[in-house]
Design a binder for this molecule. Structure first.
Ligand SMILES: *[C@@H]1O[C@H](CO)[C@@H](O)[C@H](O)[C@H]1NC(C)=O
Ligand SMILES: *[C@@H]1O[C@H](CO)[C@@H](O)[C@H](O)[C@H]1NC(C)=O
Ligand SMILES: *[C@@H]1O[C@H](CO)[C@@H](O)[C@H](O)[C@H]1NC(C)=O
Length: 422
């Protein structure tokens, strides 16, 4: 069942890849170079692409799961030293330092070592093929780090397997065994990461940090297996200290935040699907080590769904913290089966449970919710807004927000006029 639905998702992802690629101007960002690798890859996807235009597309045979698909032919323009089929730290380092086109083909990465793509040449292209497996080791990770300028990473049809089940103990990053973080895109500029699929992260999956003008297109985080098996703090994507980042077409199933924007400016998350987890989040904001890391500005979540999750939309600032949150838009969001709060905005966050006493050091200003619909469970509340003062929450607007089920509200701050209507 699971495999089937992911095979289906793969077809959609493959089609989405081309659709997004065809409209770079709309994204307002420079699109990475189109190399022979990418063209070779596109050719292999031609079959899926064709099905997109014909009326028979949705009924066309889906074919085998991506992991068992035959590998695309090797690109003859990539020398053997740039096409790795066996992992070693030194071989990866050599390829990274000398190759503009790198193929990582079914690698088994040694436990306790990072697949280190942090020193990619400017304009380099990395292609994952087959299944990359990360051997078990109790360490911090990350399992993969990517960094550079004008780089592309393409994971179409490939899987990166973190073997989460070997770590899950219900304690996540708050205790238990040490668990590696998974995929870091750090200090990248004009990076384009397409169709990267992370399977079973030990803890947090994608980390986007220190990035400028980056696009993450059709990322997948499949941690469904962790739902009843001790997966915890398995955030699908955490974004921090970044500017002008677009995440489109995400398919995330986790046991913590679907997306958490902890700091940064100009972050867009669109066309995403969140299952399990804690919802589309800002924060928690307020306890980082610098002002920049306690500032979140101009974030849009649009055209997305959140299902079977604790929360739908969530803004959390830390009790006693300092910083600011401004210009947050949630538009065209569909919620389903939300067990805690459909919408929660809280200035009393604390890891392990809210204090119940909101503070004012992280003002939240300019929050627009537009066209948000769906249902919460009978024990849940549709809205919870806990603000410290009339100035710490300002400029809130709810337009066409229509949720059903549960209680209409738990707390809704006397300082926020939208609460009066609920
Ligand atoms: C609702 O979500 C919970 C997880 O919060 C899940 O266990 C349950 O199966 C979901 N119910 C339906 C009908 O999908
Ligand atoms: C409202 O959001 C839903 C998705 O939840 C979308 O299908 C619909 O088109 C949106 N309505 C408008 C008027 O944009
Ligand atoms: C709602 O308010 C009550 C009373 O102040 C408080 O005890 C409770 O923790 C609040 N709930 C949430 C979810 O903030």
């Amino acid at each position: 069942m699971q495999l089937k639905s992911f095979a289906h998702a793969f077809v959609l992802i493959a089609a989405g890849y081309q659709a997004v690629d065809a409209a770079p101007a709309a994204a307002g960002l420079k699109i990475g170079h189109h190399t022979t690798i990418i063209h070779g890859k596109m050719t292999t996807l031609g079959h899926h692409h064709k099905t997109k235009t014909g009326p028979t597309k949705t009924h066309a045979p889906v074919g085998p799961a991506p992991t068992s698909a035959p590998p695309p032919p090797a690109n003859p323009s990539v020398p053997a030293s740039c096409h790795l089929t066996k992992y070693s730290k030194s071989a990866v380092a050599a390829a990274v330092s000398s190759c503009s086109n790198i193929i990582l083909d079914g690698l088994q990465v040694t436990g306790g070592e990072t697949l280190d793509l942090s020193k990619l040449k400017a304009g380099a292209n990395v292609l994952f093929r087959g299944t990359t497996t990360f051997e078990h080791a109790n360490w911090q990770g990350p399992l993969v780090v990517v960094s550079g300028s004008d780089i592309t990473v393409d994971g179409t049809g490939a899987t990166l397997d973190g073997q989460g089940a070997l770590y899950w103990d219900g304690k996540g990053s708050n205790g238990g065994v040490t668990k590696p973080k998974f995929f870091a895109l750090h200090y990248a500029t004009r990076a384009k990461v397409t169709n990267v699929r992370l399977l079973n992260s030990p803890v947090q999956a994608f980390s986007i940090n220190g990035c400028t003008d980056c696009q993450i297109i059709n990322p997948t985080h499949d941690n469904a297996a962790g739902d009843n098996a001790g997966g915890h703090n398995t955030d699908s994507m955490d974004i921090g200290a970044s500017s002008n980042v677009i995440v489109s077409g995400a398919k995330f199933h986790s046991q913590d935040d679907c997306v958490a924007v902890n700091s940064g400016v100009g972050i867009t998350f669109t066309g995403g699907s969140c299952i399990g987890g804690h919802g589309l989040s800002i924060g928690s904001v307020g306890k980082a080590d610098s002002t920049a890391k306690n500032t979140v500005k101009n974030v849009v979540f649009a055209d997305s769904t959140v299902a079977n999750s604790q929360n739908g939309l969530r803004i959390k600032t830390i009790a006693g913290g300092t910083g600011s949150v401004s210009g947050i838009t949630y538009r065209n969001i569909k919620l389903n089966n939300i067990s805690n709060f459909g919408i929660t905005i809280q200035q009393d966050y604390r890891n392990g449970g809210p204090t119940g006493k909101p503070t004012t050091g992280v003002p939240i200003s300019g929050v627009l919710l537009e066209n948000v619909s769906g249902d919460v469970t009978s024990g849940a509340a549709q809205v919870n807004v806990l603000c410290g003062s009339s100035t710490s929450c300002s400029g809130f607007a709810f337009k066409n927000v229509a949720l059903t089920g549960g209680a209409p509200k738990e707390n809704c701050s006397k300082f926020v006029s939208v609460c009066a209507a609920l």
